[in-house]
Unconditional design. Structure first.
Length: 187
């Protein structure tokens, strides 16, 4: 495994090392010692997966408010997605900035998204499978989001007219957002 810091403070990419042959590949998807050595979380409350049938489906931008904020460790298991992180931590040098990454099942890697970030992704293929490790239990009363097409954030999504849930169509704009998060990397 190779751990690399990303553009937004506190975010990381974990490239999975896999042995490949004509049958496919085999490799570790998690190693507590390696993650701990890089200061990354090693205990999780839940592991979730999302299967999406249609390409150009957009899920996000989602987060949970404190005290139920969660660190997410995400990866695309099958298919391909464009994954986006937005820093919502007041006082962070990257507050209000976003970063996007192509994730796919053919090049397995995790993204580490700390507490205080909004997260979303757009499927680039049919039949995409996305996996999450989270360090807090889902708390429906704490879930929140931001508009996927917010003009202030100006995220360069790979699709102009995505398939959206009614919930994701109704998220507020970043300009109306008052952050409950502070800049820290306390896993």
């Amino acid at each position: 495994m190779i751990v690399r810091p990303l553009k937004l403070e506190g975010t990381y990419e974990i490239e999975l090392s896999a042995k490949r042959d004509a049958r496919g590949h085999f490799g570790r998807t998690f190693d507590a010692e390696i993650w701990a050595a890089h200061g990354l979380p090693t205990e999780f409350a839940q592991e979730n997966e999302a299967f999406t049938k249609a390409r150009h489906t957009l899920r996000g931008l989602h987060f949970q408010n404190p005290p139920h904020a969660e660190t997410k460790i995400v990866r695309c298991v099958a298919g391909a997605v464009y994954d986006v992180l937005v820093d919502l931590r007041a006082g962070s040098p990257t507050y209000g900035q976003w970063d996007g990454h192509l994730l796919n099942g053919d090049a397995p890697r995790w993204l580490v998204i700390p507490k205080g970030f909004a997260h979303g992704y757009c499927t680039l293929t049919d039949d995409s499978l996305f996996a999450y490790k989270v360090d807090a239990h889902f708390a429906p009363d704490s879930e929140a989001g931001l508009a996927w097409n917010d003009p202030t954030l100006a995220i360069a999504w790979p699709v102009r007219d995505p398939i959206l849930s009614e919930r994701d169509r109704a998220h507020p704009l970043f300009a109306d957002f008052v952050s409950p998060f502070v800049a820290e990397t306390d896993w």
